[in-house]
Design a protein around this ligand. Structure first.
Ligand code: ATP
Ligand code: MG
Length: 429
């Protein structure tokens, strides 16, 4: 036998049992986008490396250590996208979408970061991303957060908690940065190598350190809220008011700085304690300077991204994923003649009931083995054809999940029986 080829570390497959769960989560996300009238945008998976260096920031974990960057055949440095915002802004600028217009957008797909793979942290992972471009006020910050809260409630997740902070403007942050540099300089002996390197280039990144030994010195560091400019403080105040009005609980966390340089004013994270140390399921913030930084006209904007692997995992833990499908019927047909009739019936049902899932038994077999497959398929109803049924132009119906119908109807009445079945399954939902 030939040697097996291994997949790439940290890049997983989503197997058939799981894709169903992913799809049901994706359906909730897309319905929510419709409800808030956000439109989908699709962007490439690779961009020029420079795009990420200039937006995410050169002194960040992502750009310093996590990007998949390589030279293409022409010698140009390109990178697999580590996140979607930079690409969306690039697309918005180059297609004139931000010219005298506002945009409410969403985007979904794989992202790539060379991190240490572990539960909830992968090298290829998926994000569901929302961006509102051209909106300045705290009302849109509230809308984005309310939208995410609605997703949790649609999925009936309750173990999620909102953390909120304001980083002020790029200008007001300079002052804080100086104070922070001074503070950490006076504690340089306890800083790790990474933090020491960042001390003068990007001291705020030190607050984002995941090294537990750094925690005490970070805890005692000056807090950013004392350095907010008054417009940012007011923006933050109004946002908190709007969230309270909407009944959304939150905690203000002055240590929340987020791992990307482009954030201004509002930043937030939805966290859960159910997923171990990888607890952030959705993170985002305002990035009022980014469009200009990438060569566009100054445009305020805000966005968030959900980590899909973490959200799907949390959804699974909630135990609310459906095992079977109440619109799924399985045709059990024993014998050549019955199979032919079964095939014909399957196609007719698919034409007449577009929301019915019709699975025709494949691979032959007797009643026993076909019923086993029907059971395993997750179907709610078996349609049964054998020689007996054919002779008398009948078809059997048998509920597979719970106590329910078990009867025979004339082939000519199958349609009515299916309509009844569909109705009873929507009633019990
Ligand atoms: P973390 O603090 O967990 O590293 P982050 O601040 O780097 O997260 P963002 O860049 O804001 O995360 O990405 C948004 C969301 O994407 C995160 O909240 C998380 O759910 C998810 N995410 C980020 N990195 C990974 C990864 N390597 N594997 C799986 N999900 C991830
Ligand atoms: Mg990270």
């Amino acid at each position: 036998m030939a040697e097996q080829i291994q997949g790439i570390r940290g890049m997983g497959d989503v197997l058939p049992g799981d894709t169903q769960i992913w799809q049901s989560v994706e359906a909730v996300l897309q319905q929510t986008m419709q409800a808030y009238v956000y439109q989908e945008i699709r962007i490439p998976i690779v961009e020029r490396t420079e795009l990420f260096e200039r937006s995410i920031g050169e002194v960040t974990d992502i750009v310093e250590k996590e990007m998949y960057s390589f030279a293409d055949r022409n010698g140009e440095s390109i990178s697999l996208r580590p996140e979607a915002t930079a690409g969306i802004v690039r697309a918005g600028i180059s297609h004139g979408l931000l010219h005298n217009q506002k945009q409410k957008l969403w985007c979904a797909g794989p992202m790539f970061r060379y991190e240490k793979p572990q539960k909830g942290r992968y090298r290829q992972f998926h994000q569901f991303d929302v961006e509102a471009l051209g909106y300045e006020g705290p009302d849109i910050d509230a809308e984005l957060i309310m939208m995410s809260a609605r997703i949790w409630s649609e999925l009936k997740l309750d173990a999620v908690e909102l953390q909120l902070n304001s980083l002020g403007t790029l200008q007001s942050r300079k002052k804080y940065r100086d104070v922070l540099t001074e503070y950490f300089s006076s504690h340089e002996d306890v800083l790790d190598a990474d933090s020491r390197q960042r001390l003068h280039r990007n001291p705020m990144r030190i607050l984002d350190s995941k090294n537990p030994e750094m925690e005490p010195v970070i805890q005692r560091a000056p807090k950013i809220n004392e350095y907010l400019d008054s417009a940012s403080a007011n923006h933050f105040e109004v946002l908190q008011q709007l969230l309270s009005d909407a009944g959304i609980a939150f905690t203000v966390n002055p240590r929340l700085v987020r791992g990307l340089d482009y954030y201004t004013r509002t930043v937030f994270e939805w966290v859960t304690d159910r997923l171990g140390s990888q607890g952030a399921i959705c993170s985002g913030g305002r990035y009022d300077g980014l469009v200009e930084q990438l060569g566009g006209k100054s445009t305020p904007a805000i966005g968030w991204a959900i980590g899909m692997e973490r959200l799907v995992e949390l959804h699974k833990l909630s135990g609310r994923t459906d095992a079977g499908n109440e619109r799924h019927v399985y045709i059990v047909a024993v014998g050549d003649e019955a199979s032919r009739t079964g095939f014909r019936i399957a196609e007719t049902l698919r034409s007449e009931h577009p929301n019915l899932c019709v699975e025709m038994n494949s691979g032959g077999g007797g009643f026993k083995s076909q019923f086993k497959r029907a059971d395993r398929s997750g179907a709610a109803l078996a349609l049964i054809l054998g020689e007996e049924e054919l002779k008398s132009e009948l078809i059997g119906l048998k509920a597979l999940r719970e106590e329910g119908i078990q009867k025979q109807v004339a082939l000519a009445d199958l349609n009515t029986a299916i309509v009844d079945f569909l109705q009873s399954s929507t009633n019990t939902n």
